[in-house]
Structures are given as C-alpha cells and as structure tokens.
Ligand binder design. Structure first.
Ligand code: ADP
Length: 307
C-alpha cells in the first residue's frame, strides 16, 4: 500500500457563531492536506505525525483524525501539554483576524517522540511531508535532531516534500526562517512554494524568477503556486504553465494551498501525470475556497470533486 506521513500541528479552531455561541473545529496546514488527500485517494495510507495531550479536546481531535480515516499510529500523547488553539474573528468589514494560543502546544514537543525505533518505522513510507510551520514551532534545540531524522528517511529512499508556508510571527527573524527553509529545499525531493511566501522571503514575484531561484537545489519536482493566476511546474527539464480557472464566489481562501498540496501529491503518488495532478489539486482548492473554514464539508467536497 502506498504510504505517506504528514508531520505537523493540528489545532483547535474556534469561530464566533453569534454573540453567545462558538463553533469548534480542528485545522492546521499539514492536517488539512492529509484530510484532502485521503478524501480523494482513499487507497493511500495517510498518517499524521504529531503530539496531542490527554485532555478532552485532544480526545476529540484524535477521533476526528480517525473519522477522516487518517492513520494515528504516530499521534503521540504528551503527558502534560495540550493542543494549540486559534480563534477566527470577522470584523464589520468582513476581514478575518486570527488570535493564536499555540506557544506551549503539545505539537512543539513532537521531535523527542521520534526515537530511532520510530524513525525506522517511518522509513517504510513512500513520502514524508512537512512545512515551514512544524519547522517553526519545534523547539530550537530539537532542530538538529529533526534534520538528522530527515537525512535517515532520505537515505532510506523516502521522498521528502516541503511547502514553506511562511508565518512571520512564528519565527524570531526572517533570516532564521530563510536559513531553515534553505536547508529544507536542499534536502527535499519536491517543493510546493506559493509565490506570496517567495516574495516576502526572497523578493521573488513571478514563476519564472522562482524557477531560476530553485536551480541551485536538486529538486525532482517543483510546483509554484500563484493563487488564481497560475501554477508552474518543473519536473526534470519539463516546464509547464497551468492555467487556473478563477473562482468567482470566493468565501474563504484558508487552506487553498493545503488542499492543493494534498490532492496534487495524492495524484502523483497514484501515478497520475503532473498535468492531471495540477488539475485535480486546483479543483480541490477551488472547491475549498467556496466554503468557510479550512475543512470543507465532506459531502459537498466529494460531490464537487466528482463533477
Ligand atoms: P498558498 O495558499 O500556498 O499561498 P495559493 O494562494 O497560490 O497557495 O493557492 C493555492 C491554489 O488554490 C492555487 O494554486 C489555485 O489552484 C487555488 N486558488 C487560490 N485562489 C484561487 C481563486 N481565487 N480561484 C481559483 N483557484 C484558486
């Protein structure tokens, strides 16, 4: 069975329903990608690698992973920490604002759980996905250990996949993020950066500039996402520019890139061409942005993907 591991943090999501009530869900970039991959490619074994607590919300999060049919063998239970949380607020102008409580979350402590034995088990994967968010939140003194574990996976033939997903507030400085991202690009086989991140970090504002920039790395596959404008891919020497059909009724762009990543990679793992994988990834992302929140309702999502 084809197997992928997603390393990262899933958080408790709160949103205001009215003055008296909150809606509660779960989301986080790599979790979102894992969910959309599994929904579209049920035959792939999709596992989350994360740490949660022993509290009631952690129980509910674990149940949610299971109900999305994600493998939870590598979801570790921290004895004293709890999951991170964020609150989405919509102001009178319709702009969304996020407030986070994640500085002491269980997921920050994931690396010590990944002992030699666990890493040996992870070498059975076809693919390992991580983003700049887990990279930012893991304790600084765990970083060397993290890179060593990735080296082991790479040596064992696991394809490493990275999306920078830059969040300025999670990094001490832009330079620190750039230094870590450069390491990630160096070790990765596939990178799926968005132009917005590349622009903020490297001053890259177009797909051709991005392609030039990534020549210094040994990526087997590069996928540059530019919102509704285009997706440009480079596989070996084959460069393709894919047209995106802009969605007119955008409700919430949260997790567009995550949905794209999950479905694109699922398609590639299933043997689909880069062209087909981009079409499917874009369809998933275009569907997700027509629903509020990171995770679109299952039935509506599956219906849209089957049309
Ligand atoms: P990221 O969230 O990683 O920055 P993008 O904003 O580039 O990524 O969006 C990811 C994907 O979502 C795009 O490649 C595209 O397929 C889709 N997408 C984003 N915005 C739109 C839109 N307005 N209309 C249609 N598709 C969109």
């Amino acid at each position: 069975m084809t197997k992928i591991f997603f390393l990262g943090e899933c958080m408790v999501e709160l949103r205001e329903l009215d003055d008296a009530m909150m809606g509660q869900s779960f989301a986080g970039d790599v979790y979102n990608s894992a969910v959309y991959m599994k929904r579209c490619f049920p035959k792939i074994s999709v596992s989350m690698i994360t740490a949660i607590g022993r509290d009631r919300l952690s129980e509910k999060m674990l149940s949610r992973f299971k109900s999305e049919e994600l493998d939870t063998q590598f979801v570790f239970r921290h004895p004293s920490k709890v999951p991170g949380m964020y609150f989405i607020e919509t102001d009178s102008a319709g702009e969304r604002r996020f407030t986070y409580w994640r500085n002491d979350s269980a997921a920050k402590k994931i690396i010590p759980f990944l002992n030699d034995d666990v890493v040996t088990q992870l070498t059975s994967a076809d693919m390992f996905f991580f983003s700049g968010i887990p990279l930012a939140i893991i304790d600084e003194d765990s970083r060397d250990a993290f890179w060593q574990k990735l080296e082991r996976l790479k040596l064992a033939g696991v394809k490493l996949v990275f999306d920078p997903n830059y969040r300025a507030q999670l990094w001490a400085s832009k330079e620190e993020a750039i230094e870590q991202f450069n390491r990630a690009f160096q070790i990765s086989d596939i990178a799926l950066p968005g132009i917005e991140d590349l622009s903020v970090l490297y001053g890259i504002t177009s797909a051709p500039e991005a392609i030039d920039f990534f020549q210094q790395y040994q990526l087997a596959e590069l996928v540059v996402k530019d919102g509704p404008n285009s997706v440009v891919t480079l596989t070996g020497t084959e460069r393709l520019s894919h047209q995106i059909i802009p969605v007119t009724n955008v409700v919430d762009t949260t997790s567009a890139g995550d949905a794209f990543n999950g479905v694109y990679l699922g398609a590639r793992l299933s043997g689909r061409t880069v062209f087909d994988a981009v079409q499917l990834g874009a369809k998933a992302a275009g569907t997700v942005i027509q629903h509020p929140g990171a995770i679109a309702p299952l039935v509506a999502f599956k219906q849209a993907m089957s049309e």
